[in-house]
Design a protein around this ligand. Structure first.
Ligand code: SAM
Length: 232
């Protein structure tokens, strides 16, 4: 059974898509999407041999080798020679997702219409990359599963990536997620109440460290975050 997290990711794949799932591990997401008729083909990209072999075993066991092709490669390298409409990158930290997108920028050909990204941490890095690279955030989800909180960001190519944001609060909205802060579901509340406690603890620790310029800067940043959370 596929996790709720990956089911939610799959729910954003438009029917009839040609998918590339980067960091596919067992290729669970593409197999599920094919079973549901969401995709017609998929590339399951993996940088490591172990997960690649697991993907191949899984694809073969399901008799899906005609439609799903597991490929070894770093990030978007596996897009070479493929035509893809949708890319999913799930279950990694935000900075790694950004690194993969940045390194693979030139491979994001015109056919790629949608990015579905599921950063485990630091989703603000991903929002910033999308914004800086003409991808518009079109939806977001936050959910709790097995004691973890996950965010899903959905983006489409756009000349106006600022559309999702209220420009006066860009930095705050990139941190919290413009769609998530409107919905404010229970996972959102839980994430940010934990985060608030964490920030307060860090601030306390920093207060014991004296008044160097670097510490003062850090404290200022935390105060800004705490004010933003207070406003919510
Ligand atoms: N996407 C699946 C999910 O969400 O459940 C698997 C997530 S797993 C934690 C991360 C996978 O990404 C690992 O199998 C790892 O080998 C792969 N990975 C890490 N860096 C990668 C990169 N630069 N290019 C392709 N795959 C990568």
């Amino acid at each position: 059974e596929l996790s709720e997290r990956l089911k939610k990711v799959a729910s954003y794949i438009p029917e009839g898509s040609r998918l590339a799932d980067i960091g596919s591990d067992h290729a669970k997401l593409p197999c599920y999407a094919l079973e549901r008729g969401l995709i017609i083909t998929a590339v399951a990209g993996e940088v490591n041999e172990g997960p690649l072999n697991a993907a191949n075993r899984n694809i073969r066991a399901k008799g899906m080798e005609e439609s799903i092709h597991a490929k070894l490669g770093d990030g978007l390298q596996v897009l070479d020679g493929e035509t893809v409409d949708v890319i999913t990158i799930a279950g990694m930290g935000g900075p790694l997702i950004v690194r993969i997108l940045e390194d693979g920028k030139k491979r994001l050909g015109a056919s790629v219409q949608r990015l579905i990204l599921q950063p485990n941490v630091a989703s603000d890095h991903v929002r910033k990359w999308l914004y800086d690279n003409q991808w518009s955030l079109i939806d977001e989800q936050i959910l709790e599963e097995d004691g973890h909180i996950y965010e899903i960001l959905v983006a489409a190519r756009s000349e106006a990536p600022e559309a999702a944001y209220n420009k006066h609060e860009l930095e705050k909205e990139m941190w919290l997620g413009p769609f998530l802060m409107k919905q404010k579901n229970s996972a959102f509340e839980l994430k940010w109440s934990k985060e608030r406690e964490q920030l307060k603890k860090v601030k306390e620790q920093l207060s014991k460290g004296g008044n160097t310029a670097a510490l003062t800067e850090k404290k200022k940043k935390i105060d800004q975050y705490l004010i933003w959370l207070e406003e919510e």
